[in-house]
Design a protein around this ligand. Structure first.
Ligand code: MF3
Ligand code: CO
Ligand code: CO
Length: 259
């Protein structure tokens, strides 16, 4: 399947889906505290998406994934399965939300620090967010995917962190994962040239230690091989005529419309 260019009508639906996904992250923020289990977080999100938003949690049954959200704690890189593990003071946790509304997907994730967190953990979480924002800042017609990857990689490595290579951002729309693949490392001036109407996610996974990952026996949970902490943030981004629009922006965020 080639890269799809979304019509005005599709873009309107993607904005709705993106907004709903962002709203779930805003809701779950109020529940992140020591003692709550990730299964409880999943249940709260599931009920809000299904009952209040009348939308579909995309992860549930996606290639057999058993839950409605992903929760990835500490050295878990991505695709953590909600379970009976309680959040503890000092944990860092990524909550990844994907909703389907009116046939279109919105995909976004953020990091939470439970309680205070160490300086080391906060620095990682902040840098991973900066990596996402630097990637988003690049998005406009004429820019190439390699420019985005290079900006993210450069920032992470300037802090002596590493970028996970096995997982990447992706086109999104009617399908959860469409072309193109959006790598979080790369070479400027290479790769697909962006044009208006493209919609894709940027979702860098940044490790304190080495970049290598391994898949656990549940066939979903991805962890750092060296068990170092990992952080990830994700937004769904539209290429506009003049720049970009972040379809999953939360009220706490302020994105410039690139001129
Ligand atoms: N939301 C993830 C992403 O950003 C994908 C999760 S797939 C699942 O692409 F099956 F684990 F939910
Ligand atoms: Co995604
Ligand atoms: Co996601």
């Amino acid at each position: 399947m080639p890269v799809t260019i979304k019509s005005e009508d599709e873009i309107a639906k993607m904005k709705v889906a993106g907004h709903l996904a962002a709203e779930v992250l805003e809701l779950i923020a109020t529940h992140i505290e020591p003692g709550i289990t990730t299964a409880e977080l999943d249940d709260i999100c599931h009920r809000h998406i299904v009952d209040t938003q009348q939308a579909i949690p995309a992860p549930l049954n996606y290639h057999g994934f058993p839950k409605s959200i992903c929760t990835s704690i500490n050295h878990v890189v991505c695709h953590g399965i909600p379970a009976d593990r309680k959040l503890r003071d000092g944990d860092i946790v990524n909550v990844d939300i994907t909703v389907i509304k009116d046939g279109y997907h919105g995909d976004t994730s953020k990091m939470f620090i439970v309680g205070n967190g160490s300086v080391k953990a906060r620095r990682l979480v902040d840098t991973a967010y900066e990596c996402l924002c630097l990637g988003i800042d690049m998005v406009r017609p004429g820019v190439r995917l390699g420019d985005i990857g290079a900006a993210i990689q450069q920032h992470a490595e300037s802090r002596k962190y590493s970028v996970v290579r096995e997982y990447c951002g992706h086109g999104i729309g009617v399908e959860f994962h469409e072309e193109p693949q959006v790598l979080h490392y790369g070479t400027p001036g290479t790769g697909l040239v962006l044009t208006p109407g493209m919609i894709f996610t940027i979702e860098p996974m940044i490790n304190i230690g080495k970049r290598h990952v391994k898949l656990l026996g549940d066939q979903w949970t991805v962890v750092t091989k060296d068990h170092s902490l990992s952080a990830q943030w994700e937004h769904t981004v539209l290429v506009t005529d003049t720049g970009h629009e972040v379809l999953t922006a939360r009220a706490e965020e302020s994105f410039e419309i690139a001129a």
